[in-house]
Design a protein around this ligand. Structure first.
Ligand SMILES: Cc1cc2nc3c(=O)[nH]c(=O)nc-3n(C[C@H](O)[C@H](O)[C@H](O)COP(=O)(O)OP(=O)(O)OC[C@H]3O[C@@H](n4cnc5c(N)ncnc54)[C@H](O)[C@@H]3O)c2cc1C
Ligand code: FES
Length: 351
């Protein structure tokens, strides 16, 4: 490590990995990267990528996400993706399943350009949405659309462990052809009598999520731990049922898109100073991340919804409101997540 620190000092101001990436992007000292080793576009609107991470990869807990950094037109963009691998997968391989958003920057770029050999930036797995170490006696997995990824990881993990409890996997999609990994879901259910899979197509069969459906597929839901990931309307319906049943504590959720409280127009005044850049902008009532971007700055970000902490910067002074919780925060020199904080009056941010 002493030698490494010496090399690092000699190559300052650029970390040694900046030089190595010019020669061999997968040969890194500190930064983690991943090489694309497989690309599958066979499911319409979906891109499946297999990645081989560099030696720094330390594995994941089923359900966690990784951050992927992709350079598009010279700018690095970071997005979160939940690998579908079992946490017992020892192949040093990460399998991602991406929904391609028609106007999405990164998902569309990868759909068009990803090919074996391409190297991407990768951050370690993180997130609290994972199976508890002490497996519950019963597990209910509910997902919709691209939200299948973290719960598929959980199901594969339980299958690999020969878990003996009861598992129900309830997934919502628009049609059977749009369900990624459909044949594998059926294969796992066929091989494990305690694991059941139910696929629903509300637009086709009119069966959305409600209390009746829950009782039908998992009559034991009150004793289970439930893991949910999907589009906001599905998340809302499931939350409502669990809240009514007094079971909110047994419901664990992951969101791919943020739900935020609207900004109160009475708080939209004053100016925001990005002091390290010498830039000042009028408070526009948006998140500080959006405000910085509108002012021509390019702060780091990943999830844009308060999960990954990539956008954390110091609020030197002033008051901000947390857009997820609605809480006001005023302590000076505190790290804040720019993507979920909005200015209330004059604020100084150290970027
Ligand atoms: C913890 C976490 C895990 C995630 N795991 C996965 C995963 O396994 N697979 C996957 O496909 N995505 C996943 N996502 C979403 C992913 O990070 C990106 O948001 C998504 O790929 C869109 O990025 P983009 O650059 O293509 O679109 P952007 O250019 O960022 O956005 C384009 C438009 O699409 C909207 N949009 C972005 N994401 C969604 C969404 N999920 N649903 C509806 N509208 C959206 C935006 O509001 C915007 O209007 C995850 C997100 C988080 C926070
Ligand atoms: S971008 Fe992930 S917490 Fe802000």
């Amino acid at each position: 490590m002493a030698l490494l620190d010496l090399v690092q000092t000699l190559t300052t101001p650029h970390p040694v990995d900046r030089y190595l990436e010019l020669v061999r992007p997968m040969l890194t000292v500190r930064d983690m990267r991943a090489r694309i080793v497989g690309v599958d576009r066979s499911v319409p609107g979906t891109l499946s990528l297999s990645l081989r991470p560099t030696r720094q990869w330390d594995g994941l807990l089923s359900g966690q996400f990784v951050q992927l950094g992709v350079v598009i037109d010279g700018v690095r963009h970071t997005r979160c993706y939940s690998p579908v691998n079992s946490q017992h997968d020892r192949r040093r391989r990460l399998d991602l399943t991406l929904r391609v958003h028609p106007h999405g920057l990164v998902s569309r770029h990868l759909h068009e350009h990803a090919e074996p050999g391409m190297v991407l930036d990768l951050a370690p797995a993180s997130g609290v949405f994972h199976l508890p170490p002490q497996r519950p006696d019963r597990v209910l997995l509910i997902s919709g659309g691209s939200g299948i990824t973290p719960v598929l990881s959980m199901m594969r993990t339980l299958a690999d462990e020969d878990y003996s409890g009861e598992v129900m996997f309830l997934h919502y999609a628009r049609s059977p052809e749009l369900v990624p990994h459909r044949s594998e879901l059926a294969a796992i259910a066929a091989a494990h009598p305690n694991i059941s899979v139910e696929l629903r197509y509300p637009e086709r069969d009119g069966r959305g999520f409600d209390h009746e459906e829950l009782v039908r597929v998992a009559p034991w839901f009150a004793e289970a731990q439930t893991f949910l990931c999907g589009p906001p309307p599905l998340m809302e319906s499931v939350r409502e049922v669990f809240t009514t049943e007094g079971l909110s504590e047994r419901l664990h959720t992951e969101e791919f898109v943020a739900t935020t409280t609207p900004v109160d127009t009475a708080e939209v005044h004053g100016s925001t100073t990005f002091s390290a850049s010498g830039v000042t902008a009028e408070n526009a009532g948006t998140s500080l991340l959006e405000q910085a971007e509108a002012a021509g700055l390019s702060p780091e970000y990943g999830c844009r919804m308060g999960i990954c902490f990539s956008c954390t910067s110091v609020r030197r002074s002033g008051c901000t409101r947390n857009l997820r919780t609605g809480d006001l925060e005023t302590d000076p020199d505190q790290p804040i997540q720019l993507c979920v904080q909005a200015a209330v009056g004059d604020v100084d941010i150290e970027i």
